[in-house]
Design a protein around this ligand. Structure first.
Ligand code: FES
Length: 151
């Protein structure tokens, strides 16, 4: 058997196994996360650690009340990567109010669901997003105060 072929077969069987647990959408966002990284001097920043001990950070760039860029970082599991990726995709181009209303369910639905034991990973993303919006609103009118913020 050729090495290339056996690697492809292995890859295929790993994918088939993942599809037993996760939707294609969730796997895609986990393997090819969108918006991964930081934004320098963001207009909104939130960091939340969930009960599982994993942390997610979300960064926003806001222009005229619209979110022109959103990124995330997480030290968490695969589903948290998929959730951060989807959460940031869902809010790009949206207003701050729309972003504030994104819930765990919205993220789960957009991902085609997550298994019961991973649903809290979508909650971590939703909570990080709420914290980021709260931060944006707190500094919106006096952005210079951000210089004195203790993280
Ligand atoms: Fe902690 Fe998924 S297990 S975020």
């Amino acid at each position: 058997m050729e090495v290339g072929n056996s690697f492809k077969e292995l890859e295929e069987s790993v994918m088939q196994d993942m599809l037993k647990t996760y939707s294609e959408e969730a796997i895609d966002h986990f393997l090819n996360p969108r918006n991964l990284g930081q934004i320098e001097s963001p207009d909104g920043f939130g960091r939340v650690t969930g009960p599982c001990g994993d942390t997610m950070e979300i960064y926003l760039r806001v222009n005229g009340g619209r979110i022109t860029n959103a990124t995330f970082l997480t030290g968490g599991c695969g589903p948290s990567i998929a959730s951060g990726s989807m959460a940031t995709e869902l809010i790009k181009g949206k207003s701050i109010v729309e972003a504030q209303n994104i819930s765990q369910d919205n993220i789960l639905n957009a991902l085609g669901g997550l298994p019961e034991e991973s649903q809290h990973c979508a909650l971590l993303a939703a909570n990080a997003l709420k914290e980021t919006v709260r931060d944006y609103l707190a500094f919106k009118n006096e952005p210079w105060k951000r210089l004195y913020k203790v993280h």
